[in-house]
Design a protein around this ligand. Structure first.
Ligand SMILES: C[S@@+](CC[C@H](N)C(=O)[O-])C[C@H]1O[C@@H](n2cnc3c(N)ncnc32)[C@H](O)[C@@H]1O
Length: 267
């Protein structure tokens, strides 16, 4: 077992079946699975889908899965022995995975660069709560704000740590992600991402102070220059937002701020 790879294997058949039924997998689906392990999900997915693309970093585990697939005469699994963060994914339309939790954040953002219909993903419970954090709550985070414009995030079910072997220290949650209609241009989303990153570095501060303290993320101006540009703002709505705390600002309000301030800080 490689402790750094998050190798906790699902042994609860009911939960496994529930995850697969949430994804409603059928013979037209090409399913991407990250961290297939010894195939608990892979084999059941392959019985229902047109094809499964399974990516597993550990070559010893891949060997075990290959043997199991051969023994069960399953020939619609493309098993890729690699780091899922480093490779280009082949074409797929659904994602079903019990993710390695140490890559939760980068792999979720990587998924968002691809076109897909639905993802059913297991995360550490605390991470899942932050994906769906309500504005103003303690779980409202950069992650929730970033996901807001990209996909609907739905809590599907919780999974106890007892459902895995070896038993992890944390509980898990299965989340459904459905991509949203695109409403922002790539450029608008890039600016929004930059401001979201800067603001959530200081989520309990007022917007103006948070932006001054994280100015290196959005521009190269010094503190004095930033303050003087803030003083020149003649937009009542924007001025009102600037005195609010980051944590109470909705994604739409952050978007508004990013669109208004970007030209002021980057000319
Ligand atoms: C939580 S286990 C899930 C295994 C299996 N799907 C299950 O439900 O029992 C995560 C798996 O991801 C693999 N893994 C860890 N990091 C990875 C990465 N960067 N790319 C691909 N696989 C990875 C681990 O070796 C492990 O087998």
């Amino acid at each position: 077992m490689n402790k750094n790879l998050g190798q906790n294997y699902l042994i609860d058949e009911n939960k496994r079946n529930q995850i697969i039924s949430f994804a409603n997998v059928n013979e037209d689906d090409v399913v991407l699975e990250i961290g297939s392990g010894i195939g608990t999900l892979t084999i059941e997915l392959a019985k229902r889908a047109k094809k499964v693309i399974a990516i597993e970093q550990d070559s010893n585990i891949c060997e075990i899965l290959n043997q199991r697939l051969k023994k069960q005469k399953i020939d619609n699994v493309e098993l890729i022995n690699d780091d899922a963060l480093k490779i280009e994914f082949p074409k797929f339309n659904k994602i079903v995975s019990n993710l390695p939790y140490q890559i939760s954040s980068p792999i979720t953002f990587k998924f968002l660069d691809y076109d897909f219909d639905l993802a059913v993903l297991m995360y550490q419970k605390e991470f899942a709560l932050r994906m769906n954090g309500e504005v103003g709550s303690k779980n409202y985070s950069r992650l929730s704000a970033m996901l807001y414009f990209k996909c609907d995030v739905k809590h599907l079910t919780d999974v106890s740590c007892e459902s895995f072997i070896p038993k992890p220290k944390v509980d898990s949650t299965v989340i459904g992600l459905t991509p949203k209609e695109i409403t922002l241009t790539d450029e608008e989303f890039e600016t929004y991402s930059k401001f979201t990153k800067a603001l959530f570095q200081h989520k309990n501060k007022k917007i103006k102070n948070a932006l001054i303290d994280s100015r290196h993320i959005i521009c190269n101006l010094d503190k004095k220059e930033i303050k003087s540009r803030f003083n020149d703002i003649e937009n009542e709505k924007l001025e009102k937002y600037l005195t609010k705390r980051v944590i109470v600002l909705s994604p739409e309000e952050i978007l508004y701020i990013s669109k208004e301030l970007n030209p002021i800080f980057n000319d």
